[in-house]
Design a protein around this ligand. Structure first.
Ligand SMILES: [Zn+2]
Length: 348
């Protein structure tokens, strides 16, 4: 038996690459809008490959791609009958990926998210929400996951229902809020206060994910770190969101005038993309601030993950191909390179 998540976090950072929706949409395996992970059933081999790439890049966690594969999301595309097979397949694919890398100490986690049905003014939705979480948690537990992440939830009220479902199943709970521009949960709590309430209700790890880029995520982390004593998680989206528009759901790309409707979210964010070094800086800063559950959400690609791993002092499998510009024909420094080319490097 390997160490559990908390024991691992006690020793130092744990890296978690997720946000598969965007990676799969860009590759043409699911539809932006409803964002349902149909790839799990239709092209499992593509999902396996993405898991493989993230693992090779240094992710310690394989998150089963059940995100947005819940009852309400499947209802909206008229495929509620696929709920159970989708959830179970996603869990199996994640487990198979772990088996592929026997030498690594990988963890598999389940994933539950915002149900989009919870309404603080409608008590009935408590139960509806609870049932949705419970069924997903039970499938994840059956699959033997190491822990469960509840993520991109914007209400403390809904997060509490998610947390209860995880803890009632006896599993380790990571609870990550997504925080909008007013820097509060939708029910009006600061991220630190909301996280503290969750910690007091039994959450093992608390924090934030999605919506915000690295800088706008970092802005909210000190308050959380200060108010809780448990481990803290931080998984931004790899986009340069700003004080003006801290979340990626509303982004303008000044460099482009042909984006339909003008909102760069979700399919025209390319020009606002963070490079690998920006994500590495984020990982380093997290580690310095004792924020040990470090990751990357919607938009993540393996090159980001590898640089974050390297920033944390690791050499993941794909480090084999880590850039070495000394051998570049023009920018290189290798003595065997032709001066004819290297001398002109600055004029290309
Ligand atoms: Zn995300």
């Amino acid at each position: 038996m390997g160490k559990n998540l908390i024991e691992r976090l006690n020793e130092g950072p744990v890296l978690c690459a997720e946000g598969y929706l965007f990676a799969m949409e860009r590759r043409g395996y699911l539809q932006a809008g409803a964002f349902v992970p149909e790839v799990v059933l239709e092209h499992p081999e593509v999902l396996s490959q993405l898991h493989r790439e993230f693992i090779r890049s240094g992710s310690d966690v394989i998150q089963a791609f059940t995100y947005y594969g819940h009852r309400e999301k499947l209802r909206i595309i008229g495929k509620e009958h696929l709920l159970e097979p989708l959830q179970k397949n996603a869990l199996q694919i994640a487990k198979n990926s772990k088996k592929e890398f026997k030498d690594l100490d990988l963890m598999v986690c389940g994933d539950i998210a915002n149900t989009n049905v919870w309404d603080p003014n409608d008590k009935k939705t408590d139960l509806e929400c609870q049932k949705m979480f419970e069924e997903q948690v039970s499938w994840a537990k059956e699959a033997g996951v190491d822990f469960i992440v509840a993520e991109t939830i914007t209400w403390l009220g809904e997060m509490k229902i998610a947390l209860k479902a995880i803890k009632d199943a006896g599993l380790i709970a990571v609870c990550n809020f997504s925080i909008k521009r007013n820097e509060k949960t939708r029910d009006g709590y600061t991220p630190g206060d909301a996280c503290k309430i969750l910690e007091d209700s039994g959450a093992d790890v608390v924090g934030i994910n999605c919506f915000r880029g690295p800088k706008m995520t970092m802005k909210l982390l000190p308050e959380i770190r200060e108010k809780v004593s448990c481990h803290v998680a931080a998984l931004p989206v790899p986009y340069r969101t700003t004080e003006k528009d801290p979340g990626f759901l509303n982004q303008t790309d000044e460099g482009c005038d042909c984006i339909p409707g003008g909102n760069a979210f979700p399919v025209a964010l390319d020009n606002l993309y963070c490079n690998r070094f920006e994500m590495a800086e984020f990982a380093k800063e997290c580690a310095n601030k004792k924020i040990n559950f470090i990751g990357i959400c919607c938009g993540a690609e393996p090159h980001h993950v590898r640089e974050m791993a390297v920033a944390l002092g690791r050499k993941p499998i794909s480090y084999k191909y880590y850039p070495d510009m000394s051998k570049h024909y023009a920018h290189g420094t290798d003595p065997t390179l032709k001066k004819l080319n290297t001398e002109k490097a600055k004029t290309l």
